[in-house]
Design a protein around this ligand. Structure first.
Ligand SMILES: *[C@@H]1O[C@H](CO)[C@@H](O)[C@H](O)[C@H]1NC(C)=O
Ligand SMILES: *[C@@H]1O[C@H](CO)[C@@H](O)[C@H](O)[C@H]1NC(C)=O
Ligand SMILES: *[C@@H]1O[C@H](CO)[C@@H](O)[C@H](O)[C@H]1NC(C)=O
Ligand SMILES: *[C@@H]1O[C@H](CO)[C@@H](O)[C@H](O)[C@H]1NC(C)=O
Length: 304
């Protein structure tokens, strides 16, 4: 093969490798395994040099882990990775050079390269692998609060919070009646464990039938979590009751009261009239019997 073509082929292979790099997504604080497996048969560890390196940052100290002549070589390891890396010793001879990286954090987000060199008469590279490490953690279900009525203006405030996610999210407020985005304010808190909390506030003009959504987007995980507020018809009615309406209602109640009192008086008057009439009739009866009784008594008296 001509040298020119050969070089082109190498370049092509290089690009292909970079493109086909394994991607690992991990949570901050977790331990991850960066995979590097050679499948060309048994190996003598004494003749090998294995380097795990950072491949995408020229400024950073590159050596993550070095295995030289069958031993970990700490003198070449960068301080950032001290005590945080392990090879799988029982699998090295099978060609498994995967690396366990402990307690990953934001500063570990890199493209890593595993290079396996074999020394015989001369040193040659027998294997190479690329692993891209990204950090991500799902946000908690957002909690939406509001509306809180602002006293001075016809404006209400909503708030939305979500916790323990990574990386920093996008926060959207959406007016669901026309699917428009609403401008808001965002507060981001970075925690010791590497995760973020977000607290966003929205101020909008109060309007009937408000439908508001707060959405938290995690770009790495392609995740959108949302919480909704829908104004209820019932609460809307009672809140918009005008003073005139209230007055009308009060007057109505008064009228009903007056009418029922008039009816009650009428009933009472009719009842007393009827009672009087009854009494008059019975008093006649009484006087009549009295007379008769007197007569009887008198009769008796006279007879005794
Ligand atoms: C580490 O490698 C250096 C050279 O790169 C060598 O001088 C040193 O002896 C090695 N240390 C161990 C513990 O193998
Ligand atoms: C690594 O661990 C050793 C012993 O456990 C300790 O002496 C050393 O300070 C540690 N190094 C770092 C950079 O943490
Ligand atoms: C993990 O790393 C963070 C810094 O990135 C450090 O604050 C924390 O103490 C480490 N945790 C452990 C268990 O080593
Ligand atoms: C999340 O929601 C926003 C707003 O609706 C949208 O622009 C974005 O594309 C969504 N992202 C995903 C991953 O679904």
């Amino acid at each position: 093969m001509e040298p020119q073509r050969y070089r082109f082929l190498l370049l092509f292979l290089h690009i292909l490798r970079a493109v086909t790099a394994l991607e690992i997504i991990s949570k901050p604080g977790d331990n991850v395994t960066l995979s590097c497996i050679y499948q060309g048969g048994k190996l003598h560890l004494e003749s090998l040099r294995v380097y795990w390196q950072i491949a995408d940052d020229q400024d950073q100290c590159p050596v993550v882990h070095a295995l030289i002549s069958g031993q970990d070589n700490e003198s070449e390891q960068c301080i950032h990775f001290k005590n945080r890396t392990r090879l799988f010793w029982d699998r090295l001879e099978e060609g498994n050079f995967s690396l366990l990286l402990l307690n990953v954090s934001q500063s570990d987000e890199h493209m890593y390269k595993c290079v396996v060199l074999q020394k015989s008469e001369y040193t040659k590279m027998i294997h190479q692998a690329n692993v891209a490490l990204s950090l991500a953690a799902s946000y908690s279900q957002p909690i939406l609060r509001g509306p809180i009525r602002n006293n001075t203006e016809e404006e209400v405030t909503f708030s939305c919070r979500s916790d323990s996610g990574y990386p920093k999210p996008n926060v959207y407020w959406i007016n669901k009646t026309d699917n428009s985005r609403l401008p808001s304010e965002l507060e981001i808190t970075h925690h010791a464990d590497g995760t973020y909390s977000v607290f966003s506030t929205l101020k909008v003009k109060a309007s009937p039938n408000m439908q508001i959504e707060c959405s938290i987007e995690n770009k790495i995980l392609q995740e959108n979590l949302s919480a909704n507020y829908t104004q209820e018809k019932q609460s809307n009615d009672s809140s918009t009751e005008s003073p005139e309406n209230l007055e009308k209602k009060q007057r109505g109640a008064q009228a009903v009261g007056i009418i029922s009192i008039v009816i009650l008086i009428g009933v009472l008057v009719a009842l007393t009239c009827w009672l009087r009439r009854q009494r008059r009739r019975s008093s006649k009866l009484v006087s009549y019997t009295d007379v008769q009784l007197d007569e009887d008594e008198g009769g008796l008296n006279t007879s005794v």
